[in-house]
Ligand binder design. Sequence first.
Ligand SMILES: C[S@@+](CC[C@H](N)C(=O)[O-])C[C@H]1O[C@@H](n2cnc3c(N)ncnc32)[C@H](O)[C@@H]1O
Length: 275
Amino acid sequence: MSEEAIQATAVDAISCKIYAVKHGYYEDDALLKLLSRGTDTERKSPEIARGTWARVQGTRQELRRFYEKNASRRKVVINCGAGFDTTFWWAKSEGLFKDGEDLWFDLDMEAVVRQRIRRLRMPAAKSLVSSLQNLKITDSKLASDAYQIRVLDMKRSEESAKLIEEIKEEYQIDDQTDVCLIFECVLVYMPTETSGRFLKAAADDFENLKVISYEQLNLNDRFGTVMLENLVQRGCGLDGIDACLSKATQIQRFERVGFRHVDSLRHHNSGEIER
Ligand SMILES: C[S@@+](CC[C@H](N)C(=O)[O-])C[C@H]1O[C@@H](n2cnc3c(N)ncnc32)[C@H](O)[C@@H]1O
């Protein structure tokens, strides 16, 4: 399976998001500043826009719950396989993310991180980075007091476990800190044992950990088979398909590596997501 094809899914994800935002399904000003120029958003259907809306609302809703539970405690969000996602700026604009206290990491493979940083250096994105204190940017890393972009390849299990440990040590993440890992359409791109190793390392390192994972169920039905065929044609198979066969297999992937409270909210409940 080609790494390039997997990384290209970050562009697909963002073009669906830009399309949905431009057609009024939800708001994301940071996304428009960072990416609307030069990203192809044509030829999307209303079904794609509705699905994207439900995906974004689902993630935002769970993130809001994370920030609002024990609100006085320090919060750290680690968005793994973040692509070009702009949820950090949404959390800031909603007053959920507290500057000077909370931390946010957007992590992805090097080629994606480099593209993302290139975009952040463009004049259109100036207002996004200008509020970051002690900003230091290289081609493959962005550091600031509150917000970081770093390279992560979850398939390299030892390196990624080390990165998680480094983050824990460097930012003194202790039992008084709440940590949330986000995987929005990410885990399916790697074997379940590989993602399991990463999840276990995080669960071992962080005492108060929540995980938000958004991805497919029933990948062996007709719709899932067609989707898989399309991706395979583009050189991008789904190595983590075995965890996406049903609600039960998704729940098991977390229980197997030691998570105690695992729940699954399905798309057809997206009316509930809106409330
Ligand atoms: C479908 S995109 C989703 C991007 C973003 N989460 C979003 O929802 O907009 C999948 C992302 O997962 C990343 N990814 C896939 N395999 C990865 C790995 N082994 N390590 C880190 N990131 C990975 C890709 O580079 C890509 O950015």
